[in-house]
Design a protein around this ligand. Structure first.
Ligand SMILES: Cc1ncc(COP(=O)(O)O)c(C=O)c1O
Length: 367
């Protein structure tokens, strides 16, 4: 009988929550305000040729290289950052190798790493979810071949300091160090300038968040030219679809759209944090387009009540160290107005009272 590889047999399938059609979707960190209207105009005028020919990624890569100020041979467009992670795992991991991740974090690092037969070493962030630089440094071994770090991190919104990331890359020259900057637009600090100078450093960016193009599935992987040559070998030359490529230049040109949206998110993030702060709700100051907060035993009733009110928010209870936590994406100004109004009313409906946060050990014991 046909059998999948043993590591695949043991792998859990990543199931994003379903039934997300109705309501304001503040559960996936998307731009639910939509994309640039200029992109929609290009989309409406797509010719049949875009559909019947195999896509040419190079034109899109030239535009993105110009936008990011990166040399063309250091850049690869990918089918979202998801594919960038997958390609790095395929390029650098052998069975038995170690991948270091800081948890809680984005789930696909673990899934793609395990699928190669590599081991995943979880480094738990502190109780405040601060980036555990020293713990990561101590966890590096000669078998470490991939270190995947999101900054800002999902679901915590926490960032890692530049010096810490560079120290980690220097301490593990045998490992690919992926700095996932999917939420860069809402933060502003980058390590792109170090690509090439640090030969094992890779940066990932996406068009799924600030640009509002998650459905296009376009991301970018940037790294040392010699390494990128290896990474390109394991991927499809047609990994980015023609429709997305046809719209990409327009998306990059409409800077006003991005600036306007990002400033609304930053303002909304401050409003949501203030809202939590005034009510004594534990939350983690975020540098991304979402905020994680602790609702303890009220987390489930809150998620359900918000759904009833037409707003989807994300239960992160099962993430390591996140018992009782809910993550809410910040959107446009009117969406934040609505969110705060509905949250206040939902608190009343469920009789919510802020709860002290359990230590990590207590939370794990109660799971
Ligand atoms: C840290 C992080 N990286 C990557 C992604 C996925 O990006 P993409 O849509 O480009 O695959 C996400 C999506 O939530 C994320 O949180």
């Amino acid at each position: 009988m046909l059998k999948a590889r043993a590591v695949v047999e043991n792998l859990k399938e990543y199931h994003p929550p379903l039934g997300r059609r109705e309501g304001l979707r503040l559960d996936f960190n998307e731009n639910v305000g939509g994309c640039s209207p200029r992109v929609l105009r290009v989309l409406a005028s797509i010719s049949t040729e875009v559909l019947n020919k195999y896509p040419e990624r190079e034109v899109g890569e030239l535009a993105v290289a110009g936008y990011l100020g990166v040399a063309l041979d250091r850049l690869l467009l990918t089918n979202g950052v998801d594919e960038a992670i997958h390609l790095l795992c395929e390029t650098y991991l052998e069975p038995g190798d170690e991948t270091l991740i800081v948890v809680p974090t984005f789930s696909l690092y673990e899934i793609y790493a395990l699928a190669t037969g590599a081991k995943v070493v979880n480094v738990q962030a502190g109780n405040d979810f601060a980036f555990p630089a020293q713990k990561v440094l101590r966890a590096i071994t000669p078998a470490t071949k991939l270190i995947a770090l999101a900054t800002p991190n999902n679901p915590t919104g926490k960032v890692a300091a530049r010096e810490d990331l560079l120290a980690i890359a220097a301490a593990a020259p045998q490992a690919a160090v992926l700095v996932d900057e999917a939420y860069w637009d809402f933060h502003g600090e980058t390590l792109i300038d170090q690509v090439g100078a640090v030969p094992n450093l890779f940066i990932a960016r996406t068009f799924s968040k600030a640009f509002g193009l998650a459905g296009f599935r376009v991301g970018v992987l940037i790294g040392d030219a010699a390494q990128m040559k290896m990474v390109r070998r394991v991927g499809s030359p047609y990994n980015v679809n023609g429709v997305a490529l046809a719209c990409l230049t327009e998306a990059l040109t409409d800077r006003e759209f991005i600036t306007g949206y990002v400033s609304q998110v930053r303002e909304g993030r401050a409003r949501l944090e203030q809202f939590y702060g005034e009510r004594g709700i534990p939350f983690w100051p975020s540098r991304a387009n979402f905020v994680l907060a602790h609702f303890g035993d009220y987390r489930k009733p809150l998620v359900e009540e918000m759904r009833r009110r037409g707003i989807l928010v994300r239960d992160r209870n099962s993430d390591p160290g996140c018992a009782g936590c809910v993550r809410i994406t910040v959107g446009t100004r009117p969406q934040t107005d609505r969110l705060l109004r509905e949250l206040s009313e939902a608190f009343e409906t469920i009789g919510f009272k802020p709860q002290p946060r359990m230590s990590l050990a207590e939370a794990e014991a109660r799971r």
